[in-house]
Each structure stands twice: as structure tokens, then as C-alpha cells.
Design a protein around this ligand. Structure first.
Ligand SMILES: [Zn+2]
Ligand SMILES: [Zn+2]
Length: 172
């Protein structure tokens, strides 16, 4: 298992956010009975925020955005779901509200040393088990000529367009 120091090195600094993700990942691996980084897509994590903690999850679990086994479901909550494909087991860890006043350093120490149940609610996962990474066909945008995967293409006045070239595109 990667250490806290390794996580801090990867992330670039030590902060409570990183500690949250780091502990969530360590606790989830223990709960799921895994002790090494994820082999390919055996372990999948759905993070409900894109804050510092995600770096802790990447370094501990080996789940990455590029491999498709680190997925975002942006509720903004400090909640992380972990799924083990092999065993079918899963867990959703939701950070409990902070009790009492603490400075940054104390908070980090608390996050690193408190028991899992003190820090997180252990809940059943509610999001469906993620599908293995899919490979889609590509199309070329009629305006900028850049290649895009089919599910992200838009049809406007009979032309295939990318999200940036499509006028009716609003937000993500
Ligand atoms: Zn940070
Ligand atoms: Zn375009």
C-alpha cells in the first residue's frame, strides 16, 4: 500500500482534502479485501467531487481517469464509491461533518489516524456498477475538422459538429 508521504509527493502538498481521499481509498481497499493497486479495471472508483482527495485515490488504488476506472459523478459531496469487479462487492464512503475546531495540521492528523467509522459513513452504493470502458466510433466535425467520439457529436442543421462548434451547445 502506498504511504501518506508518497501520496503527498504525488499531489504536491499535504492538505486535509488529500487526506480525505487517501484514507477513503485505504479503508475501501481494506473493506473490499484488496491490498494492491487495481489490476487493469478490477477496481472502479466513482468520486462525487474533483477536489484534492482524488489524487489520494489514484495513488492508493491505481484507478485513473485514463484507464476509465476513476469516474466522476459530480454531486460535490465528499463521497466515494468503490466497486470490485471480481468479488462484486462495493462500498460508498461519505465523509462525516467535522466535529470541533481544528487547525489545518490537526485536521490532517485526525484524518490520518481516526478510525474509518469515525470519519466516514459506510453506505451501500446507489450508482449502478460501471460498465467496462467502451470504445466508440469516431466522426469528424464538419466545421473544425477535428475528430470526436460519436456520443459527443451534435447534429445541427444536418451537419455533424463537435461541442465547441455547435451553437446550441450550453455548458457541459
Ligand atoms: Zn491539496
Ligand atoms: Zn468542431
Amino acid at each position: 500500500m502506498r504511504t501518506w508521504e508518497e501520496a503527498a509527493k504525488f499531489h504536491g502538498h499535504k492538505c486535509p482534502g488529500l487526506a480525505i481521499g487517501y484514507r477513503a481509498a485505504v479503508l475501501a481497499m481494506e473493506y473490499l479485501g484488496l491490498d494492491e493497486g487495481a489490476e487493469d479495471e478490477e477496481l472502479v472508483c466513482i468520486s462525487e467531487n474533483d477536489a484534492c482527495g482524488v489524487d489520494g485515490i489514484q495513488i492508493v488504488t491505481g484507478c485513473t481517469v485514463g484507464k476509465g476506472n476513476l469516474i466522476f459523478h459530480m454531486t460535490g459531496k465528499m463521497a466515494y464509491s468503490f466497486y470490485c469487479r471480481k468479488s462484486g462487492k462495493s462500498i460508498r464512503l461519505v465523509l462525516k461533518p467535522m466535529q470541533g475546531k481544528m487547525d489545518r495540521e490537526q485536521r490532517i492528523q485526525q484524518l490520518l489516524t481516526a478510525s474509518g467509522k469515525e470519519l466516514f459513513l459506510y453506505k451501500q452504493t446507489t450508482l449502478p456498477f460501471p460498465e467496462p470502458a467502451k470504445i466508440f466510433g469516431n466522426v469528424v466535425c464538419a466545421k473544425c475538422q477535428e475528430t470526436i467520439p460519436e456520443p459527443l457529436a451534435r447534429l445541427e442543421n444536418g451537419q455533424i459538429l463537435c461541442l465547441d462548434c455547435c451553437n446550441s451547445y450550453r455548458g457541459f
